[in-house]
Each structure stands twice: as C-alpha cells, then as structure tokens.
Design a protein around this ligand. Structure first.
Ligand SMILES: *[C@@H]1O[C@H](CO)[C@@H](O)[C@H](O)[C@H]1NC(C)=O
Ligand SMILES: *[C@@H]1O[C@H](CO)[C@@H](O)[C@H](O)[C@H]1NC(C)=O
Ligand SMILES: *[C@@H]1O[C@H](CO)[C@@H](O)[C@H](O)[C@H]1NC(C)=O
Length: 261
C-alpha cells in the first residue's frame, strides 16, 4: 500500500512539474487497472458525467453506476468547498473530471483534489467511510516571526478548536472557517472541510488527525494545508476563503514545500 502511494506521488510530482493550473493532489491506484473498452470504464465515464452535472447545485453529490453485473459497479463522490460560488464549483468539477482521466486513464480507483473541489471514484464503496490512509501536506517554508512559537501554537489551537466544532454541526455541511488577530497587523485565517458523507464523529476524527500534522511538518510555519481524502485543513497569514476581505488581498505567498503522509 505504502509503496504504491509513494510511486503514485512520485509520478504525480513528475507530471505536475510541466503544467500550470493543475490539481494540488491526486492519487491513482495502479492495482486497479481496467481496460478502456471495459464496462467499468464506461461506468466511470457515466459517473463523471453525473458528478459534473449534479455537483454545482448542492455542492456535493454521491452516485453509483447501475450495472447489470454488480462487479462492474463504480461509486463516485464529488464536493466543492463550502464557501465557493456555484460558478467556481462548476469550473472546478469540470477540470477535475477531465484531469483525472488524463492522470489515471486505465484505473478504476482514483481521486483528485483542487483548492475548490474534490472528486473520487472506485469499484469499492468508500462512501461514508473515514479515509486518512494517504495524504499530503503543503507548507510555507517561512517561519512565524511575528509572535513566539508558544503564542502562535496557542492562537492556532484556539482558532482551530472553534472552527472544528463549527464544522461538525449539521447545518455547517462539514465546513468551518474563521480568523483571529495574532498582532494588530497580522491575521491568522483558518478553514476546515470534511466530505459531507461523513458522520460528525468521523469528521471530527479526520480533523484531529490533520491538525496533529500542524505540530509536525508545519510547526511554526506561516501557512499550512493538510490534505486527506476525507478532510482538508488549512491556515494562512493572508485571506484565502470566501468572502475575501478586500482590504487585505495581495499578500505574498512565499515558498511552498510539500510532504507525503
Ligand atoms: C497497471 O498498469 C500500469 C501501466 O499503465 C503498470 O505500470 C502497472 O504495473 C499495472 N499494475 C498492475 C497491478 O498490473
Ligand atoms: C492506457 O491503455 C491504453 C490502451 O488501452 C494504452 O494505449 C495507454 O498507453 C495506457 N495509458 C497508460 C498511461 O498506461
Ligand atoms: C525556521 O526555523 C527552523 C528551526 O528554528 C530552522 O531550522 C529553519 O532554517 C527556519 N527556516 C527558515 C526559512 O528560516
């Protein structure tokens, strides 16, 4: 399992270095090879069409192909981040559906993540199941210098406790976001998002796993994103979630590094 993920991510790194507006993460299970003329491959195409047409109206959809042969069934899920517009959602899901077939043309188990959306399909029914088996961290290499590390940890912890508890409320649909002032001039912005098929308990568990990673690779860093199939957590020193704060846009992003989980 670990080796195939490592290979996928290595391949991903090679693929990603040559084009610009790409996904931030994708995984293609090379143990799920299917021929492009198979019924399964046709089912993937039909599932992708459903996800593209149905996701924007509700921001989330799950679907299953109905095959004569049950073993050809494919399960699909797509979700847009809860704070983005319907237009951005449409564009993101369209890109994701196209890109995933390029990245993973001959496999039945694939997932792709953009900042604005997530799309996944598999012959295994993964819907409603917590998955933190593979992940990716992006972090800003710059250290926090505006406060000491202890104060920063403290403020980060408080902000994330608040937005995590907001995200697991039924009406939040897995989304929590908020900000806090670190100094009169520096604002810490945070966002958490679970896939909407998860129970509140599994969502909370996913956030707990992800936030733990802040303490590792992201410790005292000026920005961090921890990405799993079931949830996504992020903080930055600049505004990145909607509605954007118009007075504060245009802050530089700095150098971003990544680590596999
Ligand atoms: C699946 O196909 C890829 C090439 O498309 C190949 O590298 C890989 O070894 C195959 N996996 C299995 C389990 O046969
Ligand atoms: C996928 O399979 C087709 C034939 O079915 C083959 O031509 C193509 O090279 C394969 N792509 C990859 C990336 O393995
Ligand atoms: C950040 O701080 C760590 C630990 O003090 C140090 O090793 C690292 O070089 C610093 N990174 C930058 C970009 O200054």
């Amino acid at each position: 399992m670990k080796t195939f993920i490592a290979r996928c991510l290595l391949l991903l790194a090679l693929v990603c270095s040559c084009s610009a507006a790409d996904s931030i993460w994708d995984l293609c299970n090379k143990n799920s090879n299917v021929s492009s003329s198979s019924q399964i491959s046709k089912n993937i195409d039909s599932i992708l069409a459903t996800l593209v047409s149905k996701t924007p109206s509700q921001g989330f959809v799950t679907t299953t192909s109905s095959s004569y042969n049950k073993k050809d069934n494919v399960y699909g899920l797509a979700q847009c981040r809860g704070d983005i517009s319907k237009t951005d959602c449409t564009t993101c899901i369209q890109d994701a559906a196209k890109k995933i077939r390029e990245v993973c043309p001959n496999q039945s188990d694939a997932r792709i993540l953009y900042d604005f959306c997530f799309l996944r399909y598999s012959q295994e029914n993964f819907i409603g199941k917590l998955d933190t088996g593979a992940g990716l961290i992006y972090y800003n290499v710059a250290n926090v210098t505006e406060t000491d590390p202890k104060t920063f940890d403290n403020e980060l912890g408080k902000l994330f406790d608040k937005i995590r508890s907001e995200a697991v409320l039924p009406e939040s649909q897995g989304l929590g976001k908020g900000k806090t002032k670190l100094t009169p001039f520096v604002t810490l912005n945070g966002l958490v998002q679970c896939t909407r098929d998860l129970s509140a308990l599994d969502c909370a568990q996913c956030f707990a796993t992800a936030v733990q990673s802040f303490m590792g690779a992201c410790h005292n860093k000026k920005g961090c994103r921890v990405l799993y199939s079931s949830c996504y957590v992020r903080y930055e020193f600049y505004p990145f979630y909607f509605p954007l704060d118009p007075a504060k846009t245009g802050t530089s992003v700095g150098t971003i590094s990544s680590v596999r989980l």
